[in-house]
Write a protein that binds this ligand. Structure first.
Ligand code: GLN
Length: 305
């Protein structure tokens, strides 16, 4: 079966798979999402973009942005990032505070909120205009095929309700592992989370990780092959928070999710696949998104294992 046949089959199997989770509401603006939206895009290294369903619907990528900001920081800081954040799965919720005290302000990994906030602190140090640089990065990743922007309403809604993230930043700062002003970090972080994409753009923007750090379409080098390998390893072990083990078991691919309802995964050497479906499970991951990816690797008969 080709990719199109596979995603058509999954789409018809799962298009009525609704009412299985909740749209995120703790950032009030996210609750405006249509719970029934469902779209799948496969982007291949050969340049094919194979889509079905609501793949033109825009959604905020939320935690998926953590992969992009981490890539930007590692590009300039290299291995020194590991003085500030770990690289082990956390086993706790994405916005948990619980480990931080025991581990003296060094977050477990860059893909939980605590770790991503430390990465954003570094981004502010390294880039003169961090928000402009983030937008440039995501538009570069999409080879400037469309105009990717922030969703201002979602960013402002998150900033207004960022009690927990602000607590994380302040707590980490008390250990000396954050340099910049906590409010500046929350603002930058909330805007990076509000990057608005559709499934086609999301799949395309992860192709560099399927291709040793180089965008296959426009040839731009995003990172070293070694970094691409390592970012994939981090996604595999930490990309779905406290569900990363289950995702590796069921799907068998490096992946990253966000509470906006997007989830993306990579088959190195072949493709990236993005799914949008905003009903989330208790871990903040798209229920139908994960089910889709599980069926995708099952029907394809391939994963990284
Ligand atoms: N902006 C969200 C937050 O910090 C991102 C979380 C997520 O997607 N898991 O709460």
């Amino acid at each position: 079966m080709g990719y199109r046949d596979i995603i058509e089959r999954i789409y018809s199997e799962l298009k009525d798979y609704k009412g299985v989770g909740e749209v995120a509401g703790y950032i009030p603006a996210l609750s405006a999402a249509n719970p029934d939206s469902y779209g799948i895009t496969v982007a291949t290294l050969e340049g094919d973009l194979i889509s079905i369903g609501d793949t033109s619907d825009k959604f905020t990528i939320q935690s998926i942005s953590k992969v992009f900001t981490f890539t930007m920081v590692v590009r300039l800081l290299g291995e020194k990032i590991w003085d500030h954040v770990g690289r082990e799965p956390s086993g706790n919720a994405f916005n948990s505070l619980i480990q931080l005290e025991l581990e003296k302000g060094i977050p477990r990994n860059p893909f939980i909120n605590a770790g991503a906030l430390v990465v954003t602190d570094k981004l502010i140090d390294l880039y003169e205009n961090p928000l402009e640089s983030i937008l440039k990065e995501v538009n570069d990743l999409n080879c400037h095929k469309s105009n990717i922007e922030f969703d201002n309403a979602v960013a402002l809604s998150e900033i207004e309700h960022s009690y927990r993230n602000l607590a994380l930043v302040n707590f980490i700062k008390s250990y000396g592992n954050i340099k910049n002003d906590p409010h500046k970090i929350i603002e930058t972080y909330s805007y990076q989370c509000s990057i608005s994409m559709n499934a086609k753009e999301l799949a395309s923007s992860f192709l560099f990780l399927a291709n040793g750090g180089v965008l296959p379409e426009c040839g731009k080098k995003i990172c070293e092959p070694r970094s691409a390998k390592r970012i994939n390893a981090l996604m595999l072990t930490c990309g779905l928070y406290n569900e990363s083990g289950d995702f590796a078991y069921r799907v068998g691919l490096p992946g990253k999710s966000g509470v906006g309802g997007g989830v993306v995964a990579v088959i190195p050497g072949r493709l990236a696949i993005a799914v949008y479906s905003p009903e989330l499970n208790a871990n903040g991951n798209s229920v139908r998104g994960i089910e889709t990816l599980e069926r995708f690797t099952t029907y394809l008969g391939e994963s990284v294992f």
